[in-house]
Write a protein that binds this ligand. Sequence first.
Ligand SMILES: [Zn+2]
Length: 197
Amino acid sequence: MTLSIKPRVSKKYIGFIVIFNLLIVTSLVNVECPVCQGTGLVSAPGMENVEIITVKSELRIVGVSMGHKMCVYDVELSVINNGPDDTEGYIKLALLDLSKGDEFAKDSVLDEAYVTLEVPGGTSLDVTYAVLFRVRAYFIRSKTKIYAEVVYVTDVTCKGTGKVPLNSWLLVNGFKDIFLGLGQEQVQYETGGMQFE
Ligand SMILES: [Zn+2]
């Protein structure tokens, strides 16, 4: 006669081990962040579909105040919303000093301003803004250009890496709108709390 001793492991316990190991394994695997689609950056919802086609500008008014020139430009943007939904977000405008380079860079930027933009889905339009830039008095107007871009901020979900662990992907994907909302709040914060009208 033999005695067999069966190990008593409850099913619940096995279940726990399986899930626990699955969590460990999936936490080591990184997948594309569903909020920013791997770019590490977020804009206001739908603004990622907005393309700025051309930027035209004309200097309207120049005033001098405390050693600075206050320059009001008419800035005309031709934009297109390639997405199906209406969108509303921020555009960053920068006055560039072309003698320092014609790309947006720390050295070439004389001043920056933010404007809001609203574009219906699948629509292209021209919008004109009167924008004030404050520059040092010695700037030469013929050597300037206005640069424009859609405002993006670092995605708080993936901290700008564009990757999230697989085990949080489901959670993040399920609450994508909330995470996108956080990004939106951050855009408002970084643009000085400007509100949409
Ligand atoms: Zn992300």
